[in-house]
Ligand binder design. Structure first.
Ligand SMILES: *[C@@H]1O[C@H](CO)[C@@H](O)[C@H](O)[C@H]1NC(C)=O
Ligand SMILES: *[C@@H]1O[C@H](CO)[C@@H](O)[C@H](O)[C@H]1NC(C)=O
Ligand SMILES: *[C@@H]1O[C@H](CO)[C@@H](O)[C@H](O)[C@H]1NC(C)=O
Ligand SMILES: *[C@@H]1O[C@H](CO)[C@@H](O)[C@H](O)[C@H]1NC(C)=O
Ligand SMILES: *[C@@H]1O[C@H](CO)[C@@H](O)[C@H](O)[C@H]1NC(C)=O
Ligand SMILES: *[C@@H]1O[C@H](CO)[C@@H](O)[C@H](O)[C@H]1NC(C)=O
Ligand SMILES: *[C@@H]1O[C@H](CO)[C@@H](O)[C@H](O)[C@H]1NC(C)=O
Ligand SMILES: *[C@@H]1O[C@H](CO)[C@@H](O)[C@H](O)[C@H]1NC(C)=O
Ligand SMILES: *[C@@H]1O[C@H](CO)[C@@H](O)[C@H](O)[C@H]1NC(C)=O
Ligand SMILES: *[C@@H]1O[C@H](CO)[C@@H](O)[C@H](O)[C@H]1NC(C)=O
Length: 545
């Protein structure tokens, strides 16, 4: 019996190797600049094309990658105007291609190819592409936009041109390499990457069959100024209303105390941070001193400003605010260290994009700044063209998600986006649910990670890199479309199976090798996951309603 199984396995293996080996050799031998050069547009030049085997290390700007399935790595430079250029990386698996193409987005104002996403993407079998968005800057400088000063062409590259151009040329090179057409094209990105995804749905509906967009920084002209507004709300640092990071910790504890139970489970996960009628007055100091454990009246006022919608002249709604439960990251957004008083976080956009004036002062932020930003929309970065019928008509699917403990980009800005899309399309007779679904992830911070062990991982952009382990990709142990948002999107696009729910996973210490700590059902908005009893660490204890 065992002999039969053994010989059978050998036969299968032989057939497998025979079918792959010649193709692999042929593909690896194509991985040379001379092969690709004829396919480049006149604006583009190839910096390198080189094969990496499983034993080779690709040295990236942030991390190194080794043990990946063999691939051909390309680096391409495209001149986008006489004074601007963008670069992109394209990795083509030589033996494991799944006939699909996947583009990854960026973060903040960063100009860096998303190798941290390309590596997991390659492990799925995708041909993967990502651009530096037209300038070089590290993810450690995500808030720095000095490159945008006097640089309208580079703003346009960042706004949309670098991604679109990279995707188009990347497709040409991919199809040439395999001498085959791409069956399906996908996109995954979070934050600025989420914006880029929505932008491409709006502007280039043909680029992708499916888009996975998270915590989208889509309302550039409002959100970027609002970043500065909330930092100013908490200045000056020596004023009576200034909230310190110690006080933000105190606030976080009180929020949990008042808001956790609202969803019926005392599990440290606030299922809806906007549903809680939080009363910060419980934190008022009761008498004489300014302690680091209570708020004075001026600090409570600051809190209401930071956590309130920004409504300005003539009751104009400018931007929504954070959900309760996001304090850990909000703290980083509103606390400006002393040496930065003249350049609080958020100043980059109005100064470097809108006024284009390095001496513009933060105190001059007002309604006029919003009006000017809207009038200019530098680089046409804002993704607010809600009529996405062309994307729907070509069969595109949009999967959108946002963490409920996001203290960088308010959860409600995604809710607002979804509602605006509905308000635009429903009256036109479009069934939005048939191609666009939006999932909120309770407890998840900005794109990745969670407070209090909330399940957050769905294998979306920026996530695999937050897990410990070598070459982690997808959801280890759960390679299916309920747990893996990329597979969910593929199932929707390729098999017409719309995601009715998803499951977020929390690994012990964010280390898949240590096993699963908890999992939780995620529901398509406006449905919410209601606790139906039992162990709250398992999906069966929640039902979408
Ligand atoms: C990688 O190294 C291992 C161990 O030395 C070896 O067995 C394997 O053949 C190498 N793979 C390639 C593609 O060179
Ligand atoms: C990647 O490898 C390079 C060259 O060996 C090394 O200098 C660098 O420190 C490594 N980076 C990381 C994050 O390990
Ligand atoms: C791409 O082209 C620009 C403009 O010519 C140049 O500054 C840049 O160094 C090039 N990048 C690479 C990787 O060669
Ligand atoms: C190529 O460069 C020209 C001028 O430099 C520009 O007008 C054109 O849009 C560029 N094409 C692409 C694909 O970037
Ligand atoms: C961007 O960084 C790459 C990789 O370090 C480098 O080769 C390239 O020349 C840089 N491009 C520009 C425009 O400085
Ligand atoms: C590409 O494929 C076609 C058939 O689909 C074949 O005729 C042609 O020779 C192939 N070209 C290369 C370079 O392999
Ligand atoms: C709290 O009291 C100390 C000592 O009197 C003072 O230096 C500090 O400015 C006060 N802080 C606030 C927020 O009022
Ligand atoms: C506010 O509304 C008034 C009355 O309609 C109008 O005259 C004014 O221009 C508006 N202000 C702005 C900044 O839009
Ligand atoms: C700006 O982008 C929007 C999509 O977000 C698009 O509809 C519009 O045509 C673009 N405008 C220009 C001038 O390219
Ligand atoms: C759920 O997991 C947490 C660890 O995050 C544990 O403390 C708790 O006891 C578990 N709850 C149940 C009901 O098993």
């Amino acid at each position: 019996m065992s002999f039969i199984i053994f010989s059978c396995t050998i036969a299968v293996m032989k057939a497998h190797i025979l079918s792959l080996l010649p193709a692999s050799l042929a593909l690896a031998s194509r991985c040379d600049p001379s092969f690709f050069t004829p396919y480049l547009s006149s604006n583009a030049s190839l910096v390198y094309a080189r094969t990496f085997t499983e034993n080779d290390t690709f040295v990236g700007p942030m991390n190194n990658y080794t043990g990946l399935p063999e691939y051909c790595a390309l680096y391409v430079n495209v001149s986008s105007s006489p004074v601007s250029s963008y670069e992109f990386g394209l990795w083509l698996p030589t033996t494991t291609w799944n006939k699909r193409y996947m583009a990854y987005g960026n973060g903040g104002f960063t100009g860096q190819i998303a190798f941290d996403d390309m590596a997991p993407g390659l492990n799925y079998g995708f041909a993967v592409v990502s651009t530096n968005t037209g300038h070089n800057s590290s993810v450690r400088e995500a808030g720095d936009a000095a490159w945008a000063l006097d640089n309208p062409e580079t703003r346009t590259d960042w706004g949309w041109r670098a991604l679109h151009g990279s995707v188009e040329l990347g497709k040409t090179l991919t199809q040439a390499f395999y001498n085959a057409s791409i069956d399906y094209s996908y996109y995954a990105g979070c934050s600025t990457g989420g914006r880029q995804g929505l932008k491409s749905v709006q502007m280039f509906p043909e680029d992708f069959d499916g888009v996975l967009a998270g915590a989208c920084a889509w309302w550039t002209t409002h959100q970027q100024n609002w970043d500065l507004k909330i930092a100013l709300d908490n200045l000056p640092n020596d004023g009576p209303g200034h909230i310190t990071s110690d006080l933000m910790d105190v606030l976080a504890t009180e929020v949990l105390k008042q808001c956790d139970i609202a969803d019926g489970v005392k599990d440290n996960i606030i299922m809806d941070g906007y549903a809680c009628e939080f009363r910060p007055e419980t934190l008022l100091c009761d008498g004489t001193s300014n302690s680091s454990s209570c708020f004075n009246a001026a600090q409570i006022k600051t809190l209401y400003k930071v956590y309130g919608d920004w409504v300005d002249t003539n009751q104009t709604f400018i931007f929504p605010s954070f959900a309760w439960g996001s304090e850990a990251q909000v703290s980083q957004m509103i606390i400006t260290s002393d040496d930065q008083v003249d350049s609080p976080s958020g100043i980059a956009y109005p100064r470097d994009f809108v006024y284009n004036n390095p001496t513009w002062a933060a105190e001059d932020l007002d309604y006029g700044t919003i009006a000017l930003s809207d009038a200019l929309d530098p680089g046409n970065a804002t993704a607010a063209a809600f009529d996405i019928r062309l994307f729907a008509a070509r069969g595109g699917k949009l999967l959108h998600y946002h963490g409920f403990a996001d203290g960088e980009i308010p959860t409600s800005s995604s809710i607002y986006y979804y509602k605006q899309t509905l308000a635009t399309l429903k009256p036109l007779g479009v069934d939005v649910d048939s191609f666009y679904r939006f999932f909120l992830i309770p407890g998840m911070q900005h794109c990745t990670g969670s407070v209090h062990n909330a399940p957050w991982y769905i294998a979306a952009a920026n996530q695999a890199g937050s897990l410990a382990g070598n070459n982690v990709y997808g959801v280890p142990g759960f390679r299916d479309r309920r747990h893996d948002a990329v597979l969910a999107l593929m199932g929707w696009v390729e098999d017409g199976i719309a995601p009715g729910s998803l499951v977020a996973t929390k690994f012990v210490d964010d280390t898949p090798a240590l096993g699963v700590l908890a999992q939780r059902t995620l529901c398509p908005y406006p449905a919410v996951a209601r606790y139906v009893g039992g162990d709250w660490n398992v999906t069966e204890s929640f039902r979408c309603e």
